[in-house]
Write a protein that binds this ligand. Sequence first.
Ligand SMILES: [Zn+2]
Length: 122
Amino acid sequence: MPVYDYRCNSCGQRSALFYKNYSDYDRARDEGLCCPNCGSTEMTRLISRVTLSKPGRDYASMSSDEMLSVLEGGDSREVGEMMQQVGQDEVMGDPVTREVTERLIKGDKPEKIEKDIGPDLT
Ligand SMILES: [Zn+2]
């Protein structure tokens, strides 16, 4: 659902407008947006924090370089999520990999997991 933030040029009121879908948005834009506070149609669209807040990164569409930078970033939760998303069935079918991934997501340190699981990891 598209959400857009606007600021009224006349009264400075900020409002977030919700649309059921993009054609609704197009229609509203064609008809002219108007400020709920003063009725002015001089509205400036702001970059919405709502649309920027990510529900999770789309690791599957990352390049291998980007994945590498996530791995090197050392954020174990991020690494775990990435493995889960990218790993799909082949990798996640492996019980060791699955355990490692789940523990990374829970926030366990990779070194600790490696110690617990032992040489099987590699
Ligand atoms: Zn206004």
